[in-house]
Design a protein around this ligand. Structure first.
Ligand SMILES: Cc1ncc(COP(=O)(O)O)c(C=O)c1O
Length: 391
C-alpha cells in the first residue's frame, strides 16, 4: 500500500512540475455572473451557464416543487423502479424540441457517450471520429468492438478517405461534436451529412455546446445546418439548467434498443426527481427563450468586437465561447491571475488540453451578464493585456 501511495505522489509531483496541475477554487455561493471566491466578489466569465438558468429563480422553484412532489432520489435504475412520469415526459419533450422520435436520459452526457457506441456497434461495424471530439466520445468508442478510424479535425478529405477505408463494415457511424469547445469551431455538418449519405453511414452529433441556445430557436447545430442526424447526444449540465444529466435522442427503435443495451443507462441510477423537474422547466424557458438567446448573442458580439478593437486575437466566430489566444503557457496563466486581481474570473487552458504554444483564456458569455459586466471584462482585459505587452 505504501508503495502504491508513493507512486501516486510521484505522478502527482510530475504533473505539478510540468505546470499542469488543475487547482479548484471554491465558490462561496451559487453559480451566478457575480460569484464570491476567497471572500471577494468577482465576475464569472467561465461557466457553461449560457442562458443564465443555473441560478434562475424559476428553475430553483421547479426543482423545489419536484423535490416535494416526487421525492429526493429514486434509489433505482430506470428498468427496476426508477422511472417516474416526469422522466418520460422530459424524454418526450427533449425529443420533440430536437425533432427526433425519442430521447433516452442518462446521468450525464459523458455517460450517454460512454454507452451509445458499445450498445449499437459490434465487431463487423466501423466508427469514424473527429480527432478533437470530446473525451467522452473517445472513451465511448474505446469501449466498443467496432473498427476505429480517426479523421483530422474538420478535414472532409480525410473523412472521405476514412469512409472509403471502412467500406466493408456492416454499419458505419460518423461521430462529431457539433461545437468544439476549445476553439469554438463548428462541425461542417452539411458536408459530413453528404459524405455520410454517399457512403451509407449514420451520423452522431454531440451538441452539448449548442442545445438550447445555438442555431434557430436554440435547436442546435443540426438545425443551424439544416441536417438530420440519426443520433444526437447532449447535456442538461450547460444551457438546460446546468445541474447534471444527459441524453441520447434517436429514431424510435434505436432509442428502444439503447434502453436495453446502454450500460450506463442499465446499471446507473435514474436522474434525481428535482433535476428532472427543473430540466422540464429549463426546456420550457428555452422554448420561449428568444430574449435570452438575443441577450447572449448581443453579449457575445459586444465582447468579441471589443476584444478585437483592443488588439487581441480570438478564435471561433459567433459562438459564446470566445477563446482569447495568448500563445505561451506562462503568459496565459499570468493573464488569468491578473484578471482575477481585476475582478474577472477566467481560466487559462494550456498543453495538453490545447496544442503547445496555443495557450489561451477561454471566455464564456452568458445571457445573465449585463452590458456593464461585459464592458468591465473588456476593460480588465485591456489593462492586463497592456501590462503584459500582449496588446
Ligand atoms: C462536447 C461535450 N460532450 C459531453 C460533455 C459531458 O457532459 P456532462 O457534463 O453532461 O457529462 C461535455 C462537457 O464538458 C462536452 O463539452
Amino acid at each position: 500500500m505504501a508503495e502504491f501511495a508513493r507512486r501516486s505522489a510521484e505522478t502527482l509531483a510530475s504533473i505539478r512540475e510540468q505546470g499542469l496541475l488543475k487547482e479548484e477554487r471554491e465558490l462561496q455561493g451559487g453559480q451566478q455572473p457575480v460569484i464570491r471566491v476567497r471572500g471577494r466578489e468577482v465576475l464569472n466569465f467561465c461557466a457553461n451557464n449560457y442562458l443564465g438558468l443555473a441560478g434562475h429563480l424559476a428553475i430553483v422553484r421547479a426543482a423545489r416543487r419536484g423535490l416535494e412532489r416526487w421525492g429526493y432520489g429514486m434509489a433505482s435504475v430506470r428498468f427496476i423502479c426508477g422511472t417516474q412520469e416526469p422522466h418520460r415526459e422530459l424524454e418526450r419533450k427533449i425529443a420533440a424540441f430536437l425533432s427526433m422520435d425519442d430521447a433516452v436520459l442518462h446521468s450525464s452526457c459523458f455517460d450517454a457517450n460512454a454507452g451509445v457506441f458499445e450498445a449499437l456497434l459490434g465487431e463487423s461495424d466501423a466508427v469514424i471520429s473527429d480527432k478533437l471530439n470530446h473525451a467522452s466520445i473517445i472513451d465511448g468508442i474505446r469501449l466498443c468492438k467496432a473498427q476505429r478510424f480517426v479523421y483530422e479535425h474538420l478535414d472532409m478529405a480525410d473523412l472521405a478517405k476514412k469512409l472509403r477505408e471502412a467500406k466493408s463494415a456492416q454499419n458505419i457511424l460518423i461521430a462529431t461534436d457539433g461545437v468544439f469547445s476549445m476553439d469554438a469551431d463548428i462541425a461542417p455538418l452539411k458536408e459530413i451529412r453528404e459524405l455520410a449519405d454517399e457512403h451509407n453511414a449514420v451520423l452522431l452529433i454531440d451538441d452539448s455546446h449548442a442545445t438550447g441556445f445555438f442555431g434557430p430557436e436554440g435547436r442546435g447545430t443540426p438545425a443551424l445546418h439544416r441536417v438530420k442526424a440519426e443520433l444526437l447526444t447532449s447535456t442538461l449540465g450547460k444551457a438546460l439548467g446546468g445541474a447534471s444529466g444527459g441524453f441520447i435522442a434517436a429514431e424510435r427503435d434505436v432509442a428502444a434498443l439503447l434502453r436495453q443495451k446502454s450500460r450506463p443507462y442499465l446499471f446507473s441510477n435514474s436522474l434525481a426527481p428535482p433535476i428532472v423537474a427543473a430540466s422540464l422547466k429549463a426546456l420550457e424557458l428555452v422554448e420561449k427563450g428568444a430574449k435570452l438567446r438575443k441577450r447572449l448573442m448581443d453579449n457575445t458580439r459586444r465582447f468579441r468586437k471589443g476584444m478585437e478593437q483592443l488588439g487581441f486575437t480570438l478564435k471561433g466566430g459567433e459562438h459564446p465561447i470566445a477563446p482569447v489566444m495568448l500563445g505561451e503557457e506562462l503568459q496565459a496563466r499570468q493573464m488569468a491571475e491578473e484578471l482575477l486581481k481585476e475582478g474577472i474570473y477566467v481560466v487559462a487552458f494550456s498543453y495538453p488540453v490545447v496544442p503547445r504554444g496555443q495557450a489561451r483564456i477561454r471566455v464564456q458569455l452568458s445571457a445573465a451578464h449585463t452590458t456593464a459586466q461585459v464592458e468591465q471584462c473588456l476593460s480588465a482585459f485591456g489593462k492586463a493585456g497592456k501590462k503584459f505587452h500582449i496588446i
